[in-house]
Design a protein around this ligand. Structure first.
Ligand code: HEC
Ligand code: HEC
Ligand code: HEC
Ligand code: HEC
Ligand code: HEC
Ligand code: HEC
Ligand code: HEC
Ligand code: HEC
Length: 355
């Protein structure tokens, strides 16, 4: 009796699951076709160089991604046969969907076009196999909105995504004040893209780069001239103003490429506070930092402080010199105006005399 019951139970389960399978096939017949093979964990192939290429696709990741409603073949357009024959080409995001005027539901933005003129795009189109395409930064089946912490380009993951190819810079950045605070979860410090941009990253030598010689001060001042950010850390915001008024700042405004900008004194990816012994602006390192361009600079070279605001008394002699010039200018102007009036008065008086 027990045996018969067990058999009936098993039969029901079997029929029920078969039915379920059939229903699923109807809904996503194509997907099922692909996942029959690619849905098996461990499904892989051995490449010619001996490495193993994982061909297992976790469908759940794709379904939760921004492309959750896409079929496998919406992206893998050249897969028309099973088993596949011939070479399978890489998915081309910008050609297939991500262009202005697309009908696939991809965002209509000219941001992707910027990629073409970026250093990465230029290198890619010139045949550099190491240059990143969309999927190198964004992922493949695991593409999420940048606001989602799972995204490779979310603020949280971004430095590590760039580090896949720019490891040495990442290591320097990690030890800088910005990188150390980033690791602690600080939201105000810059990650790579705050200084470099995203799809429009260019070489520093390119005048259009956000970090070109002429634009670096602007990149730093996005944060360092904002009182609401800097007051939290007790950092002066005058640095930007005083730089602009300094010899270096004025000269660079006039297009000089040889004077110092923020990065020539502070470093780039290794920026540290002056109290840090390894900082380029630590007192002991001033001769080396200024000496790059001012041969023979000694420890007192930056004395009187480099970011002096001539408008405050703490600037010492510079304050008095600047005040002196201010009063000299005022007195000269007053003198000049008085002279003009006296002259006019005399002319008028004389013309009255001759009448
Ligand atoms: C019968 C099993 C099977 C089915 C079904 C199948 N594939 Fe494959 N797929 C393979 C095998 C095996 C390879 C490796 C073939 C090779 O490179 O020679 C592969 C390779 C691929 C690759 C290329 C990986 C690479 O970079 O070399 C893609 C992309 C792919 N399949 C997508 C799909 C899609 C999309 C579908 C559904 C339309 C699908 N596959 C259905 C077995 C299958
Ligand atoms: C949003 C577009 C998109 C969709 C949808 C998509 N793929 Fe992919 N897939 C990619 C990209 C991008 C790659 C990376 C290789 C490349 O550039 O072609 C990739 C790679 C692969 C690979 C090679 C192994 C790997 O991880 O690099 C296989 C196999 C594959 N996809 C199968 C599938 C299957 C099966 C589905 C459906 C369940 C699917 N893909 C859906 C974009 C997509
Ligand atoms: C060098 C890395 C990199 C490359 C290459 C790249 N992107 Fe991006 N992309 C980013 C970053 C970083 C963001 C995040 C911007 C943000 O935080 O809002 C982004 C944002 C996006 C967004 C906006 C998402 C949203 O919801 O706001 C889209 C769409 C996008 N990229 C598509 C592409 C396409 C298509 C390509 C290829 C032509 C591409 N990206 C190449 C780094 C890259
Ligand atoms: C898949 C690899 C890859 C990824 C990911 C990548 N890059 Fe690059 N990047 C390159 C290559 C290759 C070049 C060209 C190097 C060369 O020719 O000097 C380059 C060039 C650059 C340059 C110009 C370098 C120079 O010397 O002029 C900058 C700046 C840059 N990348 C920043 C970034 C940032 C920021 C990210 C992350 C958002 C990033 N890259 C992600 C590979 C990558
Ligand atoms: C505080 C702003 C800032 C941050 C954050 C930043 N960079 Fe830079 N980066 C610069 C500046 C400025 C230059 C130009 C230096 C020069 O003129 O030589 C530069 C140059 C570069 C270069 C090309 C020159 C070189 O040194 O090889 C690469 C590549 C680069 N950065 C990648 C990155 C990556 C990757 C990250 C994140 C880990 C990052 N940067 C974070 C400001 C920044
Ligand atoms: C996205 C905003 C942002 C950008 C861009 C930025 N910084 Fe910062 N920086 C910060 C914040 C926030 C701190 C304070 C971190 C802390 O002390 O916790 C800081 C700290 C510093 C410090 C250390 C100050 C101290 O006394 O501790 C220096 C020096 C510095 N930055 C220089 C620069 C330079 C030079 C650039 C441009 C190449 C730059 N920063 C770009 C946000 C930024
Ligand atoms: C000619 C070299 C030079 C240039 C250019 C320069 N700085 Fe400085 N900076 C210094 C020195 C030296 C100090 C150390 C304190 C002082 O003397 O004021 C300093 C201090 C700072 C501090 C306080 C850090 C600390 O730990 O005391 C910040 C923030 C800062 N600079 C940001 C900037 C920004 C932003 C720019 C560009 C707009 C810039 N600096 C341009 C040399 C320079
Ligand atoms: C990237 C190169 C560079 C760096 C680094 C640099 N300077 Fe300069 N500086 C220049 C150039 C170029 C001039 C203008 C040429 C000249 O007449 O000397 C100049 C001019 C000056 C002037 C005004 C002109 C003069 O000769 O009296 C002072 C003051 C000065 N620098 C101080 C400093 C201090 C202090 C540091 C280090 C904290 C420093 N500089 C770092 C390139 C640099």
């Amino acid at each position: 009796m027990k045996k018969v019951l067990k058999l009936i139970l098993l039969l029901t389960i079997f029929l029920w699951s078969e039915q379920g399978y059939a229903a699923e096939l109807k809904n996503g017949a194509e997907l099922k076709k692909c996942t029959t093979c690619h849905g098996k964990p461990g499904f892989s192939k051995v490449l010619e160089n001996g490495k193993i290429l994982d061909l297992y696709i976790d469908e759940k990741i794709l379904r939760n991604s921004v492309h959750g409603k896409k079929e496998c073949t919406d992206c893998h357009v050249d897969i028309t046969e099973i088993p596949h024959r011939g070479e399978i080409k890489a998915v081309n995001c910008s050609k297939q969907c991500h262009f202005i005027g697309n009908t696939s539901g991809a965002p209509q933005t000219d941001k992707y076009i910027e990629y073409k003129n970026s250093v990465h795009g230029k290198e890619f189109f010139a045949g550099n196999k190491k240059a990143p395409v969309c999927q190198d930064c964004h992922g493949t089946h695991n593409i999420f909105k940048p606001s989602n912490g799972l995204s490779q380009v979310s603020r949280h993951n971004l430095p590590r995504t760039c580090a896949k190819c720019h490891l040495n810079i990442y290591i320097e950045y990690k030890e800088s004040i910005h990188g150390v605070m980033f690791e602690k979860g600080n939201k105000d410090v810059p990650v790579c893209t705050n200084c470099h941009g995203e799809h429009n990253i260019r070489r520093p030598e390119d005048p259009l780069s956000t970090v070109s010689k002429g634009n670096t001060a602007f990149a730093c001042s996005k944060c360092h001239s904002k009182v609401e950010i800097m007051k939290k850390y007790g950092i002066e915001t005058e640095q930007v103003e005083t730089f602009k008024e300094s010899f270096h700042g004025v000269a660079s405004e006039f297009g000089s490429k040889t004077v110092a900008n923020c990065a020539s004194c502070h470093g780039v990816h290794d920026i540290r506070p002056s109290t840090d012994q390894k900082s380029s602006i630590n007192k002991a390192n001033i001769p080396k930092t200024c000496g790059k361009c001012h041969p023979g600079a000694n420890i007192n070279f930056a004395k009187g402080k480099i970011h002096v605001n001539p408008k405050v008394k703490e600037a010492g002699i510079i304050y008095y010199v600047s005040q002196g010039f201010k009063w000299l200018t005022i007195l000269t102007m007053v003198g000049l105006v008085t002279h003009i009036f006296l002259d006019l008065y005399r002319r008028k008086a004389r013309s009255k005399e001759t009448e």
